[in-house]
Write a protein that binds this ligand. Structure first.
Ligand code: SF4
Length: 292
């Protein structure tokens, strides 16, 4: 495995930070095309709580994000325009093309990252992504979460794992870098099942991985189940024990983009250890100092 920090430093010659952007899109798992109400853990913001408002032009959203980050990051930092909220390719291909071009025209943007669902990559969208990837490094982030279709059905993912497999193959055949999101701690999964999802993504050829523990957020279907004591979350030690096992099975050239995420504090119900970012970073640095 290689850490994202090391990978970006080697590829771009400096640190890279993400400038989060929202497009005017929703998600087929929310608007009724595939499902209603979204995945059981997904908040109304569609995982884009750190992005700016989609009513602003892409360029302004990038400016806003860079202004927010600039006090914290070195002056020679490069930026990845991160199309984060909901399903960024669930839109008209021309709208996506214009939005990606606007991001690539920003003088501080050196790469693009597009978060989406594997079932929202028709040929015309793949053409747009391939065109953009010809101009600038492009990462497509796919929310697999688990390779187990029964578990995926239980939280309402709305597509089968073979759709993810096909999407990875289609993206890679067009020279597009794939990052796979996996959640550890989904109800009904034991450690072996979680590790199987990592193995599955690696076998399909994912270029990178992002891990996160299951968060319980306000106004999600899991909130009620959690409050009723029907589901539990992982504690810090349990979670990172699974991460450590997972990393042992990741090939040398697979990029680890995230060992854990942090949910929006205003919505977070559990696990509360994730809210103390500094503590989590210190823990990771101590525990994984030989790995990262
Ligand atoms: S696919 Fe993504 S945006 Fe859509 S409901 Fe699931 S987590 Fe939320």
């Amino acid at each position: 495995m290689i850490t994202a920090a090391k990978y970006f430093k080697e590829k771009f010659g400096h640190k890279m930070y993400k400038a989060a952007i929202s497009l005017d899109v929703t998600c087929p798992n929310r608007d009724g095309k595939v499902g209603k109400g979204g995945c059981a853990f997904c908040s109304a913001g569609g995982s884009g709580e750190f992005a700016s408002s989609c009513v602003l032009p892409v360029r302004e959203q990038i400016d806003d994000a860079i202004a927010r980050l600039s006090r914290k990051v070195p002056s020679d930092t490069g930026y990845i325009a991160y199309f984060q909220s909901f399903t960024s390719t669930y839109c008209d291909p021309e709208y996506l093309r214009i939005s990606l071009n606007e991001a690539m025209d920003h003088p501080k943007v050196e790469a693009l990252s597009v978060a989406t669902r594997p079932d929202c990559l028709p040929e015309e969208i793949l053409d747009v992504l391939e065109e953009a990837a010809g101009r600038m490094p492009l990462y497509v982030e796919l929310g697999l979460q688990t390779c187990d279709d029964v578990i995926a059905d239980s939280f309402g993912r709305g597509y089968k794992t073979h759709v993810y497999d096909e999407a990875v193959a289609a993206l890679r055949s067009r020279g597009i870098n794939v990052i796979t999101h996996i959640i550890f701690g989904l109800p009904g999964e034991d450690k072996d099942m979680m590790l199987r999802s990592v193995k599955h993504a690696v076998e399909q050829g994912t270029d990178g991985l992002k891990f996160t523990c299951l968060y319980i957020l306000k106004n999600t279907r899991y909130e009620k189940l959690y409050e009723d004591g029907q589901i539990e979350v992982l504690d810090q030690q349990e979670y990172f024990d699974i991460v450590e096992e997972a990393l042992k099975n990741v090939p040398e050239d697979t990029v680890i983009h995230r060992l854990t995420g942090d949910g929006p504090k205003s919505l977070l119900i559990a696990p509360m250890w994730t809210a103390d970012k500094r503590q989590v970073i210190n823990y990771i640095n101590r525990r994984f100092k030989n790995l990262i």
